[in-house]
Design a protein around this ligand. Structure first.
Ligand code: NAD
Ligand code: LMR
Length: 330
């Protein structure tokens, strides 16, 4: 039996499509390590608590060695108590014909209350990933409620966009996904995101040397990544879930264990790097050191076309920030 202190992990929307897919790998040790016990603290809306109790039964029935306890609640002050890591998933998904920003009115307010609850009861150095859309701005809202927990600990998920981009490049080049490195998603998790392949490599060679169809790289590739969420909704009627859950696991696992110099895309509060306004939760290429501290990769040379794409996405984030200014003031 592991004698390590259990990691307390809160997951919101835990009876939903993504939430359910996240909690089983966490309990199996895929995020915090195969020798680290976990306590799952699951939050749902009152109406979904019955369903969540069924999920809890299944979790317990898996007889995971590392699962020390499961807490089920509809109160964030209970579910977030002493939490070391929080996956904020619970919120409305978009349907056909909607943009993610259309969700801001309904979902934004969730992150006021949950941000406050994190600051009130979570562990001092609690780490947050926001998955619920529009995730960058929802993470910004939650981060603005933080007084005790560092604002830098509030992040949003663009790893799904990076994973989508890597899979597209690997397919086109006929290589394993693991051959791709230094792929960076910049900006907002929205159609304005910029999947920057210009610094990426495939088996150590520049992408543009291996994939000589530059027309594809600059049009179909970028569009496919930017519009993948919509394509999935159009095809299956509901938004991505298993791939989103897997990306959230990738994000938190890499943040916990470090990336050994590998670039990963994380939406984090800007520190002013690349002229991006401070505090805006923007996706950057990041590395995570052996102490689990993330760093925005510095010195990436962006050409004029790349700079324009990043700026367009930053402008959209600024517009979203403007849209929620009343919510923050009130
Ligand atoms: P879902 O409808 O299947 O599940 C959402 C769950 O959240 C429901 O069970 C609901 O009861 C619960 N919930 C709603 N409000 C809550 C609250 N205030 N507190 C606790 N729980 C609450 O939806 P889903 O497919 O799991 O998607 C969840 C969110 O993730 C959506 O906003 C979706 O757009 C977003 N998403 C983001 C990405 C990304 O890459 N960032 C990818 C896919 C989906
Ligand atoms: C995605 O990228 O799949 C999610 O953000 C869901 C959506 O609404 O597109």
């Amino acid at each position: 039996m592991s004698t390590k202190k259990p990691v307390r992990v809160a997951v919101t929307g835990a009876a939903g499509r993504i939430g359910t897919s996240i909690i089983f790998p966490i309990a199996a040790g895929d995020v915090f390590g195969k020798d680290t016990p976990v306590i799952l603290q699951l939050l749902e809306l009152p109406d979904a608590l019955g369903k969540l109790r069924g999920v809890e039964m299944e979790l317990r029935d898996c007889a995971y060695n590392l699962l020390r306890d499961v807490v089920v609640s509809d109160d964030p002050n209970v579910a977030f108590k002493d939490a070391d890591a929080l996956f904020l998933v619970g919120s409305k998904p978009r349907g056909p014909g909607m943009e993610r920003a259309d969700l801001l009115k309904d979902n934004g307010k969730i992150f006021i209350g949950q941000g406050k609850a994190i600051d009130a009861v979570a562990a001092d150095n609690a780490r947050v990933i926001v998955v619920g859309n529009p995730c960058n701005t929802n993470a910004y809202i939650a981060s603005q409620m933080a007084r005790r927990v560092p604002k830098a600990n509030f992040t949003a998920m663009t790893r799904l966009d990076q994973n989508r981009a890597a899979a597209q490049l690997a397919g086109k080049a006929g290589v394993e996904v693991g051959a791709i490195g230094n792929l960076a998603v910049w900006g907002n998790h929205s159609p304005t995101m910029y999947a920057d392949y210009t610094h990426a490599y495939i088996n150590g060679r520049k992408v543009s040397e291996v994939i000589t169809d530059h027309e594809w790289l600059n049009t179909a590739f970028l569009k496919t990544v930017a519009q993948r969420g919509k394509a999935i909704i159009d095809a299956q009627g509901v938004s991505s879930a298993p791939s989103a859950a897997w990306a959230a696991i990738d994000h938190m696992r890499d943040w916990h264990h470090g990336t050994n110099g590998r670039w990963v895309s994380m939406a984090v509060p800007s520190d002013g790097s690349y002229g991006i306004p401070e505090g805006l939760i923007c996706s950057f290429p990041c590395t995570v050191d052996a102490n689990g501290q993330y760093h925005i990769v510095q010195g990436v040379e962006l050409d004029a076309a790349s700079k324009a794409k990043v700026q367009a996405s930053v402008n959209e984030l600024l517009e979203e920030r403007e849209m929620i200014s009343g919510l923050l003031a009130g």
